[in-house]
Design a protein. Structure first.
Length: 421
């Protein structure tokens, strides 16, 4: 039977095995006895095709030093036999009930570490080949191959070698080549991104713009939020750069660089206005950030962002307390946008709560958003927190927010982010 991409036919495989047995008998002039000697190789067969299990059992019966110790039709049964019998070799079908061949291979090797697993497949399937090899298989044979090749593979893996059919070897070489190329491309991309972020950390390509925060009724500016901008092509949103910096373990360094640049502009901000800088929980707990903020604490609002999830609120609160004692105020971003921001508000007890722009947008037309903003404003008043609405883009939104009693806000309708004049 031809092998390659054509489906496996159990009858053809059985005919191949029988033909092999006939050749063996003709050559020897006698039928070999079952391997009952002490040095016999003990084999487990695991395949959901009954015909194939019978054919392989017949093959083993007529081979010296090979003995069948169990036959299984699914992964669970194969694993159980491995637990009880500790076979030398397990012939494992890659597609079988109760979890598949890869699961069976991993568990057989776990419960019987000395067992050598040979995978059996109806046709060459590169992803499956790699999956089985990762699971611990040391051989991979395409079903339908001659019986002497199966026997030779069993003996080879017991001797410590590996056994792969020629069809499989060609596929694996090609797949591994593609995989290495993909990994090399990914590595080059990561190296380029790391180099780019390190450039930002050094101050090159990183700039800060400032968006005014105003008292809504008088339009007097009470503060400025510092926002990072990255000069890189193609252009990417700042949040993506900060998230990638975290993934590359450069998150704190990048945040510190942005805060340091923002603080340089503090002399250009009126004395009666504050500077708001963004900071993740992990960066806020570091001595590096504390040292940057401490000399300017009374004029700083630290906005806790969600670049990373807060894992230890008690630790964060404790780290911020010395700065708060010095006059620093803490703000929570994106209030009302989800559970995380509400959790921040309850656990950190901020001085300022910033209403998320998703609630601000169309608040003049959507009753549910007005109800939520009313509830959050009432909560903030009760807790002596200042409410600031973000993302105000129309006169109607501004009017609706003022009617709800929100005193402060920021957004393109009021002033766009830009350099300090």
């Amino acid at each position: 039977m031809a092998v390659g991409t054509s489906p496996y036919d159990a009858a053809d495989a059985y005919a191949d095995v029988v033909a092999h047995m006939a050749r063996t008998r003709a050559a020897d002039g006698r039928a070999s006895t079952a391997g009952a000697a002490d040095d016999a190789i003990r084999v487990l067969i695991a395949d959901d095709e009954p015909e194939l299990r019978i054919a392989l059992a017949d093959l083993l019966e007529h081979e010296d030093r090979l003995t069948l110790i169990g036959s299984a039709g699914d992964a669970t049964e194969a694993i159980q036999i491995a637990v009880e019998e500790r076979p030398d070799v397990a012939l494992v079908d890659v597609k079988m009930p109760e979890g598949g061949g890869a699961h069976a291979a991993r568990e057989i090797i776990r419960v019987s570490p000395d067992t050598r697993v040979i995978a059996l497949s109806a046709f060459e399937d590169r992803p499956t080949v790699l999956e089985m090899l990762r699971a611990g298989a040391v051989g991979y044979l395409v079903k339908g191959m001659a019986g002497d090749e199966i026997v030779g593979s069993i003996r080879k893996v017991v001797a410590g070698g590996a056994s792969l059919s020629s069809e499989v070897i060609a596929g694996i070489v090609q797949e591994l080549t593609f995989q290495l190329q993909r990994e090399d491309a990914q590595r080059r991309t990561l190296d380029a991104r790391r180099t780019e972020i390190q450039r930002f950390v050094g101050g090159e390509g990183l700039s800060m713009v400032f968006q005014p925060i105003v008292e809504l009724e008088s339009r007097v500016t009470v503060g400025y939020e510092a926002l990072a901008r990255f000069l890189s092509f193609p252009l990417r949103p700042p949040d993506e750069w900060f998230a990638e910096a975290v993934a590359l373990e450069l998150g704190v360094a990048l945040e510190a660089s942005a805060i340091e640049q923002a603080l340089r502009e503090l002399p250009n901000i009126p004395d009666d206005a504050y500077l708001a800088v963004n900071c993740s929980q992990r960066a806020a707990e570091t001595a590096e950030i504390a040292e940057l903020l401490d000399p300017h604490a009374p004029r700083i609002v630290l906005e806790i962002t969600e670049h990373e999830a807060v894992e230890d609120y008690d630790g964060l609160v404790a780290a911020l307390q010395p700065l708060r004692d010095r006059g620093l105020r803490v703000a929570i971003d994106d209030a009302g946008a989800g559970f995380a921001s509400l959790q921040h508000t309850l656990r950190i007890a901020p001085d300022i709560v910033k209403l998320d722009l998703s609630i601000t947008r169309d608040i003049d037309r959507e009753r549910a958003k007005r109800a939520l903003a009313t509830a959050l404003t009432s909560f903030a008043d009760e807790m002596s927190m200042t409410m600031i609405a973000e993302g105000i883009e129309t006169a109607e939104e501004l009017e609706a927010l003022m009617e709800l009693g929100i005193r402060f806000g920021q957004g393109f309708f009021l002033a766009e982010p830009g350099p300090l004049d």
